[in-house]
Design a protein around this ligand. Structure first.
Ligand SMILES: Cc1cc2nc3c(=O)[nH]c(=O)nc-3n(C[C@H](O)[C@H](O)[C@H](O)COP(=O)(O)OP(=O)(O)OC[C@H]3O[C@@H](n4cnc5c(N)ncnc54)[C@H](O)[C@@H]3O)c2cc1C
Ligand code: FES
Length: 345
């Protein structure tokens, strides 16, 4: 099927396979359709059908609350049944050094628990994948309706293995599957790479990362590339990692290793929202700063007067991301182009 999309900044067309999501078909063809979550919640991919027939594969998608007329649809949840014409939001400009996403298969390896409610695993993919640090993949588990977005933790050009970290959502379909049996060796379907919260070492700026819980995933990818490229020889890094209590912390050894490699220009602050910082934690990581409070508030207090030449990356639960965006836009007055975020909705 041929899909024609018209936006204020241009008209493009692409081929859509039967059963293929319109968003996936466009992005795979190099058409930079608007999206954020790619999983039906944020409404960013909202479009209006002007001719043809489409069908939503998730009738209850929360992103539908942004609909204004009968022809509205979410391109990330809809398939085309005919040649179609759509009015879409502004087409994005292509992020440098990113590849068009594609569908690929993979097998889960190295499944392990990091805390009582956080797991990590790798996926050996069927063909190498280029992605930018900070991007995510859509993962579909056979038998579970819909895809879930997970940020890559690792960074490699031509990666043959993608690493992920997932925090359990009680009652969540994929969460319950991941915390069950038989995950190692399971075959999955992926669509990757996606996302605009990407780090590019050629952008000469200080790096500010604000992460809540598993939001640290994409930051690990960013820090991995930044350290490899020697970015912190010339630019500062500020990492704020928020968890509830000390037992919820993970990747602390890995963050400390990044800090040690960064000639003292990378500062890591761990914020605990629900308890005072235990002396044992501060003693175990003498190179970190610790504070009690919500991570955006801790970041706001410590970053005061230090926002010049900063590009910020934010990821985690929606309330934490929204609070961080308010801080970065209203108090820090960073330009929107220097604020990259993923809301784990
Ligand atoms: C850009 C982005 C990056 C993310 N990265 C991470 C990460 O690195 N680590 C992490 O722990 N979490 C991440 N998340 C959150 C993650 O995608 C899941 O929402 C979370 O793991 C809960 O999934 P669940 O299946 O357990 O819960 P559920 O409540 O079963 O599902 C959660 C989400 O799955 C989708 N969904 C549910 N049912 C359907 C359906 N019938 N059809 C279609 N879609 C459906 C919806 O998007 C829904 O919000 C990210 C989210 C986004 C948007
Ligand atoms: S991108 Fe489709 S609802 Fe978020």
């Amino acid at each position: 099927m041929r899909v024609v999309v018209s936006a204020k900044n241009g008209t493009r067309d692409f081929e859509c396979e039967p059963g293929e999501k319109i968003l996936h078909a466009g992005l795979r063809s190099g058409v930079e359709l608007p999206y954020e979550c790619a999983t039906g919640t944020c409404g960013t991919c909202k479009a209006r059908l002007t001719s043809g027939r489409t069908e939503s594969q998730w009738a209850e998608a929360p992103g539908r609350k942004y609909f204004k007329s009968e022809g509205d649809l979410l391109t990330c949840q809809s398939v085309a049944h005919d040649d179609c014409a759509l009015e879409v939001g502004p087409l994005k400009s292509h992020e440098p050094n990113t590849s068009a996403p594609r569908a690929l298969g993979g097998v889960v390896r190295g499944f392990r628990r990091l805390t009582h409610d956080v797991v990590a695993f790798d996926v050996d993919i069927d063909a190498p994948l280029d992605f930018a640090a900070g991007q995510f993949a859509l993962i579909t588990i056979p038998g579970i309706p819909g895809a879930r977005a997970y940020s890559m933790v690792n960074f490699d050009r031509g990666a043959e293995r993608l690493s992920f970290v997932v925090k359990k959502k009680p009652g969540g379909a994929v969460s319950e599957w991941l915390f069950g049996d038989g995950v190692d060796g399971a075959r999955l379907v992926l669509f990757a790479p996606l996302g605009h919260a990407t780090f590019h070492p050629e952008v000469k700026k200080h790096v500010l990362c604000i992460a809540g819980g598993s939001g640290i995933a994409g930051m690990m990818s960013i820090l991995s590339l930044a350290c490899r490229e020697g970015h912190f020889a010339a630019w500062d890094g500020h990492v704020f990692f928020g968890v509830r209590t000390a037992r919820d912390g993970f990747f602390l050894d890995e963050l400390d290793a990044f800090r040690v490699r960064s000639s003292a220009r990378l500062a890591v602050t761990v914020a605990l929202s629900d308890e005072d910082v235990p002396a044992s934690l501060a003693t175990a990581y003498p190179g970190f700063a610790f504070a009690r409070g919500f991570v955006h508030a801790v970041a706001g207090a410590r970053m005061q007067g230090r926002y010049g030449d900063v590009r910020a990356y934010v990821a985690g639960p929606p309330p934490m991301v929204d609070a961080s965006l308010r801080l970065l836009l209203r108090e820090a007055r960073l330009p929107p182009a220097d604020i990259r975020y993923d809301k784990f909705s």
